[in-house]
Unconditional design. Structure first.
Length: 329
């Protein structure tokens, strides 16, 4: 089987990662390029990054050996309904020398597959935004939240940053000295942790600093909340607990009570041993005590597995998953 090669791509707003693997699990090449999301960067630029990542991954691989490919992409539905975007991606695929078909899946499905081979389960992703999705037969079924910073993304990095600023403004309105988290947020936004003699002037400076920037930049304050929570700062811990509850509530909208199918946690806030990841794990374990909890891993390898599992020579997709997708700690 090792003569057959599959290609997977994990395409995000800031980076595009590609992997070429054979069906014995040998990684033949990897590639990385800039953000390849056409919604964020436009179809032509996104396709150029896709091509750069593919060419790097196929440096030592004959493209004729590639049997199938999968592209994991946030906003996959928008690409599939955009003829110009599809044409740009088709050209990039062909320019890489590939003649096999490829499939586009949402990044939530790829994140799920990077954590488990189980055909049914749930994925919860929290980074800048947040979304929960139910997976059925390795296809996205129902989703909850993921509505963007203005209308949703409860418990996300944006949410943490915005709530940290709101707490700071509440302290300033009451003329109370900010706590440690508030002082860190104040320093990040204004360059100084000190409150002016007139707290209202400091509050106005905070508001101006926030409104001068794109709204999503509030997510850059999330690491301050996470770092303060590691140090047991009370306000940060309270925000982490509330975020964990909100994320679990998003899952509860689509996941039945008592379900024992796995849950995969993905996104920068839920991978690794972060305070939010620990709090979310505890909350999910309380609500679904029989469900295995997994952490999302290598998205490009997971996309390659999704491409491979329907090939006629693959008799054991779960066994192939163990070969192709590195386990997460």
């Amino acid at each position: 089987m090792s003569d057959s090669v599959v290609v997977g791509l994990d395409v995000g707003g800031t980076a595009t990662r590609a992997a070429a693997l054979n069906l014995d699990g040998v990684r033949l090449g990897t590639g990385q390029a800039g953000g390849g999301n056409p919604t964020s960067h436009g179809a032509e630029r996104a396709a150029a990054e896709l091509l750069a990542a593919l060419r790097a991954a196929l440096t030592d691989v004959d493209p004729a050996r590639v049997r199938a490919g999968v592209i994991g992409l946030a906003g996959a539905g928008r690409l599939l309904t955009d003829p110009q975007g599809q044409a740009a991606f088709d050209r990039a695929w062909a320019d890489a020398g590939l003649r096999c078909p490829y499939t586009v899946h949402g990044d939530a499905l790829v994140a799920y597959a990077s954590g488990t081979s189980a055909p049914n389960g749930t994925v919860l992703i929290a980074g800048t935004g947040a979304i929960a999705a139910q997976v059925r037969d390795l296809h996205l079924d129902r989703t909850a939240d993921g509505h963007g910073w203005l209308l949703g993304d409860a418990g996300s990095g944006f949410w943490l940053g915005r709530e940290a600023v709101r707490l700071l403004l509440s302290d300033l309105d009451r003329a109370d000295p900010p706590g440690e988290l508030g002082r860190r947020v104040l320093a990040e936004l204004t360059g100084s942790p000190e409150v002016a003699a007139r707290p209202r002037a400091t509050a106005e400076a905070v508001v101006q600093a926030v409104t001068r920037r794109p709204p999503l930049e509030l997510a850059r304050l999330a690491p301050l909340v996470v770092a303060a929570a590691r140090e047991a700062e009370p306000a940060a811990l309270a925000l982490i607990r509330e975020a964990a509850t909100l994320l679990a509530e998003s899952v509860s909208r689509i996941r039945p009570v008592g379900a024992a199918e796995p849950v995969v946690l993905g996104g920068g806030l839920l991978t690794g041993h972060t305070p939010l990841a620990d709090a979310v794990r505890a909350e999910l374990a309380r609500r679904w005590p029989d469900a295995p909890l997994h952490t999302a891993g290598d998205g490009a390898a997971a996309a390659a597995w999704l491409a491979a599992r329907d090939l006629p020579e693959v008799a054991d997709p779960a066994g192939l998953h163990a070969l192709l997708v590195p386990p997460t700690a």
